[in-house]
Ligand binder design. Structure first.
Ligand code: FES
Ligand code: FES
Length: 162
């Protein structure tokens, strides 16, 4: 039996009827027009379906849509609604991704890392994106960009506090 759920999606309240077994990634992609989270493995292994759910990254292929009721979902579309973030700009400027299939998930994981830890070292960056598999295996430029953006933020903060 379908149930009505309501949640905030990228800052806008959305309501729709879902089946008890509808999965969040499918509802986002096929019913709400959100295309940045991708279906890779569909079993929680690859991270291409990453979204923010109540402020934390989750794999939306492992979340039932019904669980989102009353919650807040942010996808890459919502992250960049006021223009690209410094991280997104840096990835684009450096052409850091190859096919880009993993990019939305990696950008959200990196965003979460920099929110929690603005000065991560390379090991912490590697750990933060360890759940995001890149089938093009271009991890080095991705880690370089995250490290650069973190370093720039830190330098900016230090300048301000002088
Ligand atoms: S599609 Fe969700 S983790 Fe791979
Ligand atoms: S750039 Fe192709 S999957 Fe990562």
């Amino acid at each position: 039996m379908k149930t009505e759920i309501t949640f905030r999606l990228n800052g806008i309240e959305r309501s729709l009827f879902v089946e008890p077994n509808d999965v969040l990634i499918d509802v986002l992609r096929t019913r709400l027009g959100i295309k940045s989270p991708k279906i890779g493995c569909d079993q929680g292994d690859c991270g291409t379906c990453t979204v923010f759910f109540n402020g934390k990254t989750v794999r939306s292929c492992l979340v039932l849509a019904i669980e989102a009721d009353g919650g807040e979902i942010v996808t890459l579309e919502g992250l960049s609604e006021n223009g690209p973030t410094p991280l997104q700009r840096a990835f684009a400027d450096r052409n850091a991704f190859q096919c880009g299939f993993c990019a939305p998930g990696i950008i959200l994981s990196a965003t979460e890392l920099l929110q929690k830890n603005p000065e991560p070292d390379r090991h912490e960056i590697q750990e933060a994106i360890a759940g995001n598999l890149c089938r093009c295996t271009g991890y080095t430029p991705v880690i370089d960009v995250i490290a650069e953006v973190a370093a720039k933020k830190t330098a900016g903060k230090n300048r301000k506090s002088r």
